[in-house]
Design a protein around this ligand. Structure first.
Ligand SMILES: Cc1ncc(COP(=O)(O)O)c(C=O)c1O
Length: 384
């Protein structure tokens, strides 16, 4: 069957060869240590799983929800947002529930732009921005190159000199672990307002931060409500990737457009999942996560410092991130050949090129691996 021109216009999948080698090794029974995909190995807290079971037994919870989400879930989001970011959000007009944040990120611009309109996408960046969110919707990507020297933050002149109608931004950042300060966000909001550009701010890792850093919401910026929509996910914070639940908050017309698109293509996240997600958000007390989540963050931080210090000793160029569970490491050769060589040692890492060509000389480690496996891996990684 012939694929559409849009599907064919996506760049070739960069990991095809690596992935087939990984599955071949697994079939041969080789025990791989996988720093590959960003899917937490830690468990969903029991109180959330219990809420899911409770949610299943509530009469009516087997019926369709709505694309916007249940009122009780939207209310819990509004309360969480106020406590966590000190920003008040109208649960009826400024929130939309999502079947995982990925679907919302992929659909949002369809409500506002036409074929051929331009979306700015960061390079390196989460691949969905350029592919599912831009090319597959028949928009044109305008690549914004991000560099280590500028802490992976777009510079004012880059934004001013590039033509775009919408932009994807993501801090704490996948794949680099970069974070942003509120003053830097303010500057970006003002530049994009001047350009009349919509900002899609992906805050999927807002809760996974270290060393006293607390990630801001873009909606804390004075002028953000004019042009911004922020996406959140319960996947990483609460180890709920497979539950598929997230939400968008922000400018009323942006939320309204998203709801209208979703009305045409889905019928909402299951009610019992929203019930569990409501319990998850309600577990925060005065904007602070419950013990289960603090323990998880401590686990990631310990893993991160073990890997970071180990790689540093091996002579690699790494920086200890203040957010996400990713370590982004510079290497001196092509990332594919580096990853292939590590695979021969039984270690899986993600080649940086999968996040754009600025990642050609980088690999990403996902810290979804136990400390004992990190130590084992460090014994096998060749010194620089
Ligand atoms: C930056 C970023 N945004 C969004 C997502 C999607 O998360 P969800 O599980 O909510 O769809 C991911 C998942 O890896 C991610 O890394």
């Amino acid at each position: 069957m012939k694929h559409s021109d849009l599907l064919n216009s996506l760049p070739p999948y960069p990991f095809a060869k690596l992935e087939s080698l990984i599955s071949q090794k697994r079939q041969e029974g080789v025990d791989l240590i996988s720093f590959g995909i960003g899917d937490p190995d830690l468990k969903t807290p029991n109180f959330i799983n219990d809420a899911l079971i409770e949610g299943l037994s509530i009469p009516g919870n087997h019926n369709y929800s709505s694309s916007a989400g249940e009122k009780s879930f939207r209310d819990s989001i509004s309360i969480w947002f106020e406590k966590r970011f000190n920003v008040s959000i109208d649960p009826d007009e400024e929130i939309c529930a999502l079947i995982g944040s990925k679907e919302g990120l992929a659909h949002i611009f369809r409500a506002f732009f036409n074929s051929g309109d331009t979306i700015a996408v960061p390079n390196p960046g989460y691949p969905l921005y350029e592919h599912g969110g831009t090319i597959l919707n028949d928009f044109k990507p305008a690549i914004i190159n991000l560099s280590a020297e500028s802490n992976y933050i777009p510079q004012s002149n880059q934004l001013q000199e590039t033509n775009f109608s919408g932009i994807y931004l993501n801090y704490p950042n996948n794949p680099t672990g970069a974070i942003i300060q509120l003053s830097e966000l303010n500057n970006i909001v003002n530049i994009c307002n001047d350009k009349k550009s919509i900002i899609v701010y992906d805050n999927a890792y807002s809760e996974i931060t270290y060393g006293g850093y607390s990630a801001p919401s873009i909606l804390q910026c004075e002028n953000a409500r004019q042009n911004s929509i922020e996406f959140h996910s319960l996947s990483k914070t609460f180890n709920m990737t497979g539950y598929r639940i997230g939400f968008a908050v922000g400018n009323k017309s942006l939320i309204d457009g998203l709801k209208k698109i979703k009305n045409q293509i889905d019928s909402g996240s299951p009610k019992f999942i929203q019930h569990a997600a409501t319990t998850a958000l309600e577990s925060y007390s005065n904007g602070k996560p419950p013990k289960e989540i603090l323990d998880n963050i401590e686990t990631y931080e310990n893993r991160m410092s073990l890997l970071y210090n180990g790689l540093l000793k091996l002579g690699y160029d790494v920086k200890m991130p203040s957010g996400t569970f990713y370590l982004w490491m510079k290497i001196d050769e092509s990332c594919e050949s580096f990853a292939m060589n590590l695979l021969d040692q039984g270690i899986v890492v993600t080649p940086g090129s999968g996040f754009g060509n600025e990642g050609d000389n980088y690999v990403r480690f996902s810290l979804t691996v136990s400390e004992s496996d990190i130590s084992k891996a460090l014994e096998k990684i060749p010194p620089r």
